[in-house]
Design a protein around this ligand. Sequence first.
Ligand code: SF4
Length: 701
Amino acid sequence: KAKAPDKWVRSTCGYCGVGCGMYIGVKNGEAVYSKGDPLHPVNMGTLCPKGLSEHQMVRADNRVATPLLRRDGELQPASWNEVFTHTSNTFKRIQEQHGKGAVAVVSTGQLLTEEFYALGKFVQLGLGTNNYDGNTTLCMASAVMGYKQSFGSDGPVGCYEDFEKADVIMLIGANIADNHPILKLHIAKNKKTRGRKPTIIVIDPRKSKTSQMADIFVPLKPRSDLALINGLCYIIMEQGWEDEKFIRERTNGYKAFRKHIMANYPPQEVANITGIDVKELYNLARIYANADAAMSAWTMGVNQSSIGTDTVSAICNLALITGNLGREGAAPMSITGQCNAMGTREFGFTSSIPGYRNYASESDRREFANIIGVPEELIPTKRGYAYPQIIDAINRGEIKALWVVATNPLVSYPDQNGLREALKKLDLLVVQDAFMSDTAQIADVVFAAATWSEKEGCYTNSERRCNYAKKAIEPLGESKADFYIVKEFSTYFEGKHDLLFKELHTPRDAFEEIQRVSKGRLCDYSGMSYELMEELGGIQWPCNEKAPKGTKRLYGEDMPCPTPDGKAQLLPVEWVPLSEMSCRELPLILNTGRTVEQFHTRTKTGTIGILDNLAPEAWVDLNPKDAARLKVKSGDRIALSGNRGRVENVIVKVSATVREGNIFVPFHFNEQLINNITIPEFDPKSFEPNYKQCAVQLHSE
Ligand code: SF4
């Protein structure tokens, strides 16, 4: 009883894009307990190990409690006035000498929507630089661009309930057992909901934990997913299994699409590319095409590829030719990585103007400017540099100052040696974070941010569900919620606070502006309120007068796509081979990914004992045949090297979970930094890195 919380505060998990509802137990003003919300429709009371221990990160040893300023080579505590004065003076000097774009900002899907909105407004309209992007480019940008190509707008089209209603669930490059574990609850409900078990297909070069629940596991060769999907489309059209009525009434481009597929993706050719035999390809195509409702869901295995955008469109093509859109259990569904990957997409002011508006559209710019009461000329007419372009521009000396918000590129960015060289060229590196990340440690200035449970606002999850996260405790030390950091920092730039934030006193005010900005748009929040979100367990956009409790699925029969004629686009997309193939010197292909116990670069989870004990260091999964050839066994420590760098002291796990010639290493760990080796190759449409494949060799230690 002595340990029992004084009160329970309803909130939302601040880790991944599943968006679980939870309660924070508070005692004597501290977060002491986390438990699942049994009434929340996403998780029904269950949490994964990260969610269950989330309160432990709030007062972790690596929290930043005061602003820091580098003096005499060392980061030292400073007042907010000192760090804001130093940073604003340096930004102004750099912008006067080198132009507005010489200051760049990289933020994150970890912020609350209100914070991200405030930050985007200040960066784009206050600082006047459009060289602004989020770490979402490292995980979800291909899904964004793929959806835009296929449906005319970003926005996951399905919902978690579709996992409960589908006959066929096809998971492509999606290890949900590790990365989105609560989604398995919805798959588990499927049999109960429908009275019969769905067919679960898992497509992955690696036999992940998720593959263990598969009826059919498809161990394709690395990065051959686009060819596989095109091959399934070939067989479906060859066999006449396509949904002609749906294609005719709801899509454009079928003729060119069919011609492209039938000319280039015959089954034997696809079998050669993917390593999946022709008979199995026919089996897969038959099962998918003949389902009453087929759901395909993907995550980083698809997105983190130099052909990620087109692979997303290939998945959409497959759904479209079989009529799997806008119905229960029928959706091509992207699963997001971070707690607020969606909120940043809708209102972030990075790849689009808030409310899914286009920079290039004069009417979109005017409409947005009028709603928020700023001169139209302030709105940029084009997107600035994406994250990798910002790093390149730093390298060229074009960008002189970088403000990094709640992300840790010194672990998460590919080709770390290249990144470190670039960051050395900066005049000023500002890091705004709640944790003393690897990147914060090399910063010139650190803005001490509050974290989950210390602030209020919304996260929007993978199924477009906007969830309310309530403030439960006061921020640690002098740290401040990101919303207030941005608002206060803006006062150091003449006239900017009054222009942008005069009426925005609290996150709730920002949310109400977001509602006005989104009214009538696809991502319509106008019918939401914090209170309604609490009552319903989050609300899926669009939510307005027509749909007062939100919308489960996009593009049903009564909802045209946001394209000129309301139809989806069938796109001929092309598989491209790996640019860095294995060879005699580098005989193995590296795949990277995650494990359930850790989150991203471990700034949040690395100090939580139970999580760190379960997954304390990186490992390499190595096929038994490769292990025998290299004369190593489980428990040995080895080094890995590739064309860009080396990683030492990685423990071997001999395991048939990886194909011969392939290895897997999780990316979370700064001690064994696998991004020393990954390739700085990016999707030309989304700018997402190709994290999943590059050539390496092993060295016994
Ligand atoms: Fe949090 Fe994701 Fe785990 Fe749910 S599944 S508790 S949202 S980390």
